[in-house]
Design a protein around this ligand. Structure first.
Ligand SMILES: C[S@@+](CC[C@H](N)C(=O)[O-])C[C@H]1O[C@@H](n2cnc3c(N)ncnc32)[C@H](O)[C@@H]1O
Length: 424
């Protein structure tokens, strides 16, 4: 770390408030000042006469110019420039900036809503927005977590990608537009806003589960709490019908291959008790459970509630009950899956899930040996690399005389498919 006085590049965060004396002093020394037009306007009377003003239209050329210069330069940025901001890009160019942070838009948005946010996940939908991937990942994480802030980007990652699906999931949704600007507007979205497209940028979307707007206990680490405190939970951690629940030994291996985590979508197909969906949600994935039996659907909801997670339960007979358009997030739509667990349903269900949704990972749990060759052929035919394992656990159980026996559980074959790397 260099003495701040010796640093050539200064970064000044802007949040509409008066800049600190130190930031004002640094700005006055700079020969180049780069920033968005609105930020340059705001500091016009602080910049030295003759200093070059560099509007940040294309970010990379302006930063390259600053990196190549020898004169002191400043970059103006929104909020806290060290938080999803310009400091990263400057560091990548080998610069060691002197940073004067302002209040982050996320902090300001939660403040406007009057909510604590140490329990929130903060998601950036910036990045590979053209493919919609950043927005999809951010939405999956926001749906899975009781409190989320999304840094949006105009286009496919704007509020229109988030507001409707989050409202339909029962969240209270706020859109904080142009914070600290004279036309700032923070609105709680209502049903009429679900399809709205005329949001003002920049903006932050907040989504809050009304039942958990204030977490029951203060966490020690912000956001998602990481791996749950125990997984591959025993059968009796779930309500189930006549022992129709994936056994923990099998579930452990299935979870390892499904790789549930924040930002991913996992479908539990033929979910029954929903034990797989609930465990995926505990790892931070957005879990969708497809189940045709209404009583089982009620049990899945109860199991999710008991474990404090959100599972999107879809009642209906498969494959007809699969969402029409893969990836559609409108009413009846569902985010396309990263991983699918085939715990129920027949070969036609498996075939349709693979053909229509092409998840990156598939795990099929098969009790019937007849189906092993068929599903294996479906997976390899669809271009998956397939690993097959028969699992047969024997648990220690007491005998009446006090000694122990091995109680065998039914063997299950797990077929795990991974999409080849060059797959879309
Ligand atoms: C690259 S991030 C920068 C975040 C910034 N470092 C901060 O701490 O606020 C850009 C995103 O921040 C949010 N943002 C920045 N300024 C904002 C403002 N004045 N009002 C609302 N959102 C803003 C928007 O989501 C925008 O797309």
């Amino acid at each position: 770390m260099t003495d701040t006085a010796a640093r050539r590049v200064t970064v000044v965060g802007m949040d509409g408030r008066r800049l600190s004396d130190a930031a004002r002093h640094s700005l006055g020394e700079c020969r180049i000042v780069a920033g968005a037009a609105r930020h340059l306007d705001a500091v016009a009377d602080l910049v030295a006469p003759g200093a070059e003003l560099l509007p940040l239209g294309g970010l990379a050329p302006a930063l390259d110019r600053i990196a190549a210069a020898t004169a002191p330069a400043a970059v103006l940025a929104s909020g806290d420039p060290g938080f999803f901001g310009i400091v990263r890009a400057l560091r990548e160019r080998g610069l060691d900036p002197d940073v004067h942070p302002a209040v982050s838009s996320v902090a300001a948005a939660f403040a406007r809503a009057g909510l604590p946010w140490d329990d929130a996940v903060v998601l950036s939908a910036h990045g590979r927005a053209e493919s919609g991937r950043s927005a999809r990942r951010a939405l999956a994480a926001a749906l899975a977590h009781p409190k989320a802030a999304v840094l949006t980007a105009p286009g496919t990652a704007g509020p229109e990608a988030f507001v409707g699906p989050l409202l339909r999931a029962g969240r209270t949704v706020y859109v904080a537009q142009r914070l600290a600007a004279p036309d700032e507007s923070v609105v709680e979205a209502g049903p009429a806003d679900a399809d709205r497209t005329d949001w003002a940028h920049p903006n932050v979307v907040l989504a809050v589960d009304p039942g958990r707007a204030v977490a029951p206990a203060m966490a020690w680490m912000p956001g998602h709490q990481g791996a749950p405190d125990g997984w591959a939970l025993p059968e009796d951690a779930f309500e189930h019908r006549a022992s129709m629940v994936t056994k923990p030994e099998v579930r452990a291996f299935a979870l390892a291959r499904l790789a549930p985590r924040p930002g991913t979508v996992v479908w539990d197909v033929g979910a029954c008790s929903g034990s797989v969906a609930v465990e995926c949600a505990r790892f931070g994935a957005h879990a969708v459970a497809f189940e045709q039996n209404a009583e089982d659907c009620a049990r899945i909801r109860a199991n999710a509630l008991a474990h404090g997670v959100h599972v999107d339960v879809r009642e209906g007979r498969l494959p007809e009950a699969f969402p029409e358009a893969p990836g559609a997030t409108g009413p009846g739509g569902a985010l396309a899956p990263d991983a699918v667990f085939l715990g129920g349903g027949d070969d036609r269900v498996a075939a349709e899930a693979l053909r229509r949704f092409r998840p990156e990972r598939v795990v099929a749990a098969l009790a019937s040996v007849d189906r092993v060759a068929t599903v294996h052929a479906q997976l390899t035919g669809a271009g998956y690399r397939v690993e097959g394992t028969q699992l047969q656990a024997s648990r220690l159980a007491p005998l009446p005389n006090g000694s122990l026996r091995l109680a065998a559980a039914n063997p299950v074959t797990l077929l795990c498919g991974t999409a080849a790397p060059d797959d879309p």
